[in-house]
Design a protein around this ligand. Structure first.
Ligand SMILES: Nc1ncnc2c1ncn2[C@@H]1O[C@H](COP(=O)(O)OP(=O)(O)OP(=O)(O)O)[C@@H](O)[C@H]1O
Ligand SMILES: [Mg+2]
Length: 312
């Protein structure tokens, strides 16, 4: 049995809760939907869950639905027979087959083309599939994890994503909150990345000074954990002394830190407003008139804010 090697730093009670839920989900084979803003750690969590479950000795294979053309998603997932299409010179097994009893991760599942959505639904219902151009029926043994940073309810509402497929994927769901909602993680994550990245940059002796830690804690991290990781790397590359100080960090992080009080507050107010609008839209099933009434603003203002916050 392989020992887990993926760590998921969880210092904040919010992330500890995520990890407790994840631990329970690791033992099941049920389809899992992992949602959360970009950079929050969805990929990392999918691997963490895979490594802690009974499928840990089988592969975890991933397909990025957003970056691959639709035809490629299909042949990557199901595989193809020789001659299935121009250029298919030999039989190629798909990831679903190669994953065996492991895990298939569909990254950015909201980007699946309509045709693929229908095919995936069938596979999930029947647990069987065929290679492209093939007639042999194969069983799906792998567990499926779908990841997305898109609001799926909204994608369903606007007709971009099939409702029936959403229900199939959403049997078990786990939401990874943005870093700004679990601030107690910031220092632990920063130290974790420092420890891992410092030797890579020949800076094994590097540490954060007190001001830089305070600055990291004050920043809003719109790019979440990925942004924090990049920031630590930036400081390692630009810092010259063993002790990293605020001037070694990217300007955006530094500036927010200098104007700490005001910038921090403005950001969190905006966050609150965005959250209120998002929840109201969801509660009213995106009925603009009703949502505007509940929020006590005009339709026009709501539409403007919805656009501003990317809630379309
Ligand atoms: N809790 C954590 N502990 C340690 N490392 C983490 C944690 N969360 C995220 N990371 C690291 O942060 C980076 C971003 O995480 P990841 O790629 O999992 O984000 P994501 O949610 O999949 O983003 P996207 O939606 O853009 O694909 C990765 O390098 C990952 O290893
Ligand atoms: Mg990802």
């Amino acid at each position: 049995m392989t020992a887990p090697n993926i760590t998921w730093i969880a210092e904040d009670p919010v992330s500890r809760h995520v990890l407790e839920v994840a631990e329970k989900l690791a033992d099941t084979s049920t389809t899992l939907l992992i949602t959360g803003e970009s950079g929050t750690g969805k990929d990392q969590l999918a691997r963490w869950i895979h490594e802690r479950g009974p499928r840990r000795d089988a592969p975890l294979l991933k397909i990025d639905c957003a970056s691959l053309p639709a035809e490629l998603v299909e042949s990557e997932l199901f595989g193809h027979e020789r001659g299935a299409f121009t250029g298919a010179v030999a039989r190629k097994p798909g990831r679903l087959e190669l994953a065996q009893e492991g895990t298939i991760v569909l990254d950015e599942v909201a980007a699946l083309a309509p045709g693929m959505q229908a095919k995936l639904l069938r596979v999930l219902e029947e647990r069987t599939f065929e290679r492209l151009g093939g007639t042999e029926t194969l069983r799906m043994e792998a567990r499926l994890m779908a990841l997305t940073n898109t609001d799926m309810a909204k994608a369903v509402e606007s007709g971009r994503f099939r409702n029936d497929l959403f229900f199939r994927l959403n049997v078990l769901a786990i939401y990874v909150p943005p870093l700004r909602e679990r601030r107690a993680d910031i220092v632990s994550l920063a130290k974790h990345f420092l420890q891992r990245l410092a030797p890579v940059h020949g800076r094994a002796e590097a540490s954060f000074d007190a001001d830089s830690l305070a600055m990291l804690q004050a920043y809003a991290w719109p790019g979440n954990v990925r942004e924090l990781k990049n920031t630590v790397e930036h400081a390692l590359v630009f810092g010259e002394k063993p002790s990293l100080s605020p001037r070694d960090f990217p300007e955006i992080v530094r500036t927010a830190g200098n104007e700490r009080g005001i910038t921090g507050m403005l950001r969190s107010l905006e966050d609150l407003e965005r959250e209120a609008i998002k929840l109201t839209l969801e509660a009213t099933h995106y009925k603009i008139g009703q949502a505007a009434d509940m929020l006590g603003i005009s339709r026009k203002t709501l539409l403007e804010k919805r656009k501003k916050y990317g809630l379309i």
